[in-house]
Design a protein around this ligand. Structure first.
Ligand SMILES: *[C@@H]1O[C@H](CO)[C@@H](O)[C@H](O)[C@H]1NC(C)=O
Ligand SMILES: *[C@@H]1O[C@H](CO)[C@@H](O)[C@H](O)[C@H]1NC(C)=O
Ligand SMILES: *[C@@H]1O[C@H](CO)[C@@H](O)[C@H](O)[C@H]1NC(C)=O
Ligand SMILES: *[C@@H]1O[C@H](CO)[C@@H](O)[C@H](O)[C@H]1NC(C)=O
Length: 403
């Protein structure tokens, strides 16, 4: 992976994992199916196979954590008396020490090293059967290269929502500091997640102490033709400079249409380099009097800047309050995610604005088109009742859009 593609690492890791040597189609099934699929992905992943020392959680199904028992038993089943398994891995598992978010990771060599704590969660005792202190990963002479993490929810940018105790975030920050001090390579942070635990970007609350994960392992099939807001990545070796540049917004668009405005999208569909990055930009050209008609972006907040001309920019809040202002070149606006908004050219000549989104594919529904020109069309019974007018009015509006 090329270094400047760091933020693509999440999807790359996923792809490597799901495609690399494991072409099995995994249906989104029940929990048992997903537990199996996720653990198979882990066991077959190159980064798992090459890992020598790792931390992993002991799953608790009551907490909706993805099962790790298969992964752990594979690691432990052939362990030798030096604490390494024949898979060549040394394993540390969590032990919660107190309620101040303090969690240690202790070396175990057998599933029998685990005992149920007061919360009925399996943990290692601080000392082994011979009364010897287990090695704490924070005191070990060598670094771990991999951490398998649980969580309640995740987003595609690697944000993780824990159970609120802050145990993992605290541990991860301390471990990352330790690795920095010792000049160790940071371990790969991999979270295991059921499909339903993946949220949209922006839906996971962000706090300053959050540590993002590098990869998220889900049972989803990324090669499915349906995708919401992400597409497969190119292999890093195929990436060139051109993938990161796009000149599609350089030309003024033809605005001779019924609205007198044209949006040129610089989204992941036209500029694939935006994939997984969660941002995009559109260009909007306005003829004199042109309107970018009332519309919504289901997946994104929008900000915009007027480059030329004079625009009336307005939106309606969920409290049904209309907010608007006339702005000119250099002035910015913001439209909160999902709200109905428009821009109207109220200047003498043409106008031009650029709009930016916190999604690589913000999506759009243009209300007049959505309501009066959908395929198939919304029945008149619905529209006459909704707008409190007769069929004639609805038919007249529908006819304007050629339907
Ligand atoms: C562990 O041991 C079992 C039986 O002793 C063997 O079948 C298996 O292949 C071994 N697994 C590894 C990863 O060495
Ligand atoms: C890891 O734990 C096993 C079993 O408790 C023990 O035999 C081994 O010495 C430990 N290894 C290290 C490096 O602490
Ligand atoms: C990557 O490049 C190779 C060689 O040019 C080509 O055969 C392959 O199809 C490319 N893969 C993708 C996914 O673009
Ligand atoms: C703009 O589009 C209209 C309608 O499609 C077309 O008639 C006109 O020639 C176009 N103008 C330019 C400059 O391309």
């Amino acid at each position: 992976m090329v270094p400047f593609m760091e933020s693509l690492s999440l999807l790359h890791a996923l792809l490597t994992l799901l495609k690399g040597g494991n072409s099995k189609f995994v249906a989104l099934g029940g929990v048992a199916v997903q537990n199996n699929a996720i653990q198979s992905h882990v066991l077959e992943a190159p980064w798992f196979k090459s890992s020598k020392r790792l931390c992993a959680y002991i799953s608790c199904s009551a907490l909706r954590e993805v099962d790790t028992s298969k992964v752990l038993s594979e690691i432990l089943q052939n362990s030798t008396n030096d604490g390494h398994s024949q898979m060549g891995k040394m394993l540390y598992v969590p032990r919660v020490e107190d309620r101040n978010s303090h969690m240690r990771m202790l070396n175990i060599s057998s599933i029998d090293d685990l005992i149920a704590n007061s919360m009925n969660i399996l943990e290692p005792a601080p000392v082994d059967a011979d009364g010897k202190e287990r090695e704490d990963v924070m005191l070990a002479d060598n670094p771990v290269d991999l951490l398998l993490l649980p969580g309640l929810a995740f987003d595609k940018s690697g944000r993780r929502l824990g159970r609120g105790g802050g145990y993992y975030d605290t541990f991860l920050m301390k471990y990352q500091e330790l690795a920095n001090e010792r000049k160790w390579k940071q371990p790969l942070l991999v979270a295991l997640s059921y499909s339903l635990q993946i949220m949209d970007d922006g839906d996971i609350p962000v706090t300053p102490n959050d540590v993002r994960v590098d990869a998220l392992i889900t049972p989803s099939d990324l090669t499915a033709s349906l995708s919401v807001n992400g597409f497969p990545c190119k292999p890093a070796t195929n990436v060139t400079s051109n993938d990161f540049f796009f000149d599609g917004l350089s030309q003024e668009a033809n605005t001779s249409n019924i609205f007198g405005s044209t949006v040129t999208a610089g989204s992941v569909l036209t500029f694939p380099g935006l994939n997984t990055l969660g941002i995009s930009i559109n260009r909007v050209d306005f003829a004199p009097g042109g309107l970018n008609p009332p519309h919504v972006h289901p997946r994104s907040t929008e900000s915009g800047v007027v480059i030329e001309g004079k625009l009336l920019v307005g939106f309606v809040s969920t409290g049904n309050v209309f907010y608007s202002k006339i702005i000119t070149a250099g002035e910015m606006f913001v439209i909160p995610k999902g709200l109905v908004h428009f821009q109207l050219n109220v200047g003498e000549g043409k106008a031009l604005a650029f709009t930016a989104f916190n999604s690589q594919l913000p999506g759009v529904e243009v209300l007049p088109i959505t309501l009066f020109a959908s395929t198939p069309s919304i029945p008149n019974d619905v529209l006459t009742k909704a707008f409190q007018v007769g069929d004639d009015v609805i038919n007249s509006i529908k006819s304007k859009f050629g339907s």
